[in-house]
Design a protein around this ligand. Structure first.
Ligand code: FAD
Length: 449
């Protein structure tokens, strides 16, 4: 077959979710990737999800709630082949001044539709999450201010912890299984996968007419740019300059052979900015290295970690985007000699026992990729360029959790279904509106981890 309703460029999580949603609506789909499916960014994530998103409106919460509904339905249909859990995200502070901010974040998220905020100032009022499964769990968030509750349920946390916000419609899953499940569903409904490179998109009379691969030409009236870190490059093929840039984000996995991180822990996040307590020798060494000098500054909040793997695993993964800045997308990623050490030290603020690994570090495995994103950290989903041309990307650090909801929106545009009101917040042409551009100047929390 050399003619399809839609050709999708990219078989990362965005592309496979789009193929799933479009074939579910009866479209014939060709999914094109020059790499194996899900192998560039979508297999490098920390596989977490949350419906906890700040912003001036409820669009991100609504998108994530839609996506998580979809993910939960898939988990039920597959006897949880995607290993979905609902352990939550735990934002931890040792700074009394941050407590009010956690409370405000909880109230704001509740107002945006993420569920109610419950505050715990006495023992025996807080319900912990379950380690496995996802059904029957609360949504919203629990602000735990009672020290006895913190010590009882989160014994690895620092004695100095003054508050923890446990956000509940959150957890993690197997992103690879999610992606493969979506891909297999799409293929069962007739989607084809081509191992090829998209070279050009042909446009006739203002509408997409064909896509040129390195191996052949495919006739189509629909083109979806789901090219991940190459979104901008592929956008130029249809004459659009997509307003995206990329940041390098890394992740480290290591064996927690001392058993410091409880195996049933939620995602543990340090909510405090901090300066690392380097020794004098370390300070001198870092000051001499122009690439590392910034490590002497106060680094942002957000160091986080979680247990990884099933029963018997001792692995932990940890991340800290302390140096996020726009960069060129280059593969393979450049070496990151300080990343493990800095991330470990950052985490000791909330989990002091990790200090044991600073001078005797376990062997780390570091990988990562790019958060390709817009300025306000919201995705691009919808028409862009000539008629028949669409974009589904700029998924930053949330593509795994957002893909199913985003694919529903994309498929609604393509098939002419009614769109949810919040879809407008992700329309690629939103920047044409001067009021929106003015709003961006006042936007200071993008919710990025
Ligand atoms: C360290 C890290 C941690 C993260 N943690 C999380 C998390 O906990 N939760 C979460 O939801 N998200 C997380 N993310 C983000 C998530 O991984 C991404 O948002 C998501 O994988 C992006 O998917 P994608 O399909 O847009 O891009 P990709 O997975 O990069 O797929 C794009 C595909 O397009 C193909 N392509 C590009 N150009 C062409 C062309 N011309 N021809 C053919 N093929 C082409 C590429 O080969 C690639 O396979 C994390 C990301 C990183 C880096």
């Amino acid at each position: 077959m050399s003619s399809y309703d839609v050709v999708i460029c990219g078989a990362g999580i965005a592309g496979v979710a789009a193929a799933d949603a479009l074939t579910a609506r009866g479209a014939s789909v060709l999914l094109v990737d020059e790499r194996p499916p899900l192998s560039l960014t979508s297999d490098k994530s920390s596989e977490c999800y949350r419906n906890w998103w700040p912003g001036p409106d409820n669009a991100m919460v609504a998108l994530m709630n839609r996506s998580i509904d979809h993910i939960e339905a898939l988990a039920r249909e597959t006897q949880n082949a995607i290993a979905l859990n609902r352990r939550g995200y735990l934002y931890v502070t040792t700074d009394p001044a941050q407590t009010a901010q956690l409370q405000q974040a909880g109230e704001t998220a509740a107002a945006l539709g993420a569920g109610p905020l419950r505050t715990h100032v006495r023992p025996d009022t807080y319900t912990p999450s379950i380690a496995h499964g996802f059904d029957g769990q609360p949504d919203g968030a629990d602000l735990i201010l009672d020290r006895a509750t913190l010590r009882r349920f989160f014994p690895c946390l620092a004695d100095a912890t003054v508050a923890a916000l446990h956000v509940r419609r959150c957890g993690w899953l197997s992103a690879q299984q999610l992606g493969m499940t979506l891909l297999e569903q799409a293929r069962r409904r007739g989607a084809h996968l081509a191992h090829a490179r998209v070279e050009a998109v042909e446009v006739q009379d203002g509408r997409v007419s064909a896509v040129q691969l390195d191996s052949r030409r495919v006739v189509t009236g629909g083109f979806v740019n789901a090219a991940g870190p190459f979104l901008r490059r592929v956008g130029r093929m249809v004459g659009v300059d997509l307003p995206v840039f990329s940041e390098r984000h890394l992740k480290v996995a290591f064996e927690d052979h001392l058993g410091i991180i409880p195996r049933d822990a939620p995602l543990l996040i340090c909510a405090d900015p901090q300066a690392i307590a380097w020794t004098d020798d370390e300070r001198a060494m870092l000051a001499d290295d122009p690439e590392a000098q910034s490590l002497l500054d106060v680094l942002p909040a957000g160091a986080h970690c979680r247990p990884e793997g099933g029963i018997g695993s001792t692995w932990v993964i940890a991340l800290w985007a302390y140096d996020a800045a726009p960069v060129e997308e280059t593969f393979p990623l450049p070496a990151a000699p300080y990343f493990f050490d800095v991330t470990l030290r950052g985490l000791t603020r909330i989990i002091p026992a990790l200090e044991a690994y600073i001078h005797r570090p376990p062997r780390p495995t570091i990988d990562g990729g790019y958060y390709t994103k817009t300025r306000e950290n919201r995705p691009l989903i919808g028409p862009a360029g000539p008629r028949g041309s669409f974009v589904m990307g700029a998924f930053s650090g949330y593509g795994i959790m957002a893909a199913c909801g985003a694919a529903d929106v994309l498929a609604a545009y393509i098939s002419g279904e009614a769109l949810p009101a919040w879809a407008a917040a992700f329309h690629p042409a939103r920047y044409d509106d001067p009021a929106y551009r003015a709003l961006l100047d006042t936007w200071n929390d993008t919710g990025q981890l």
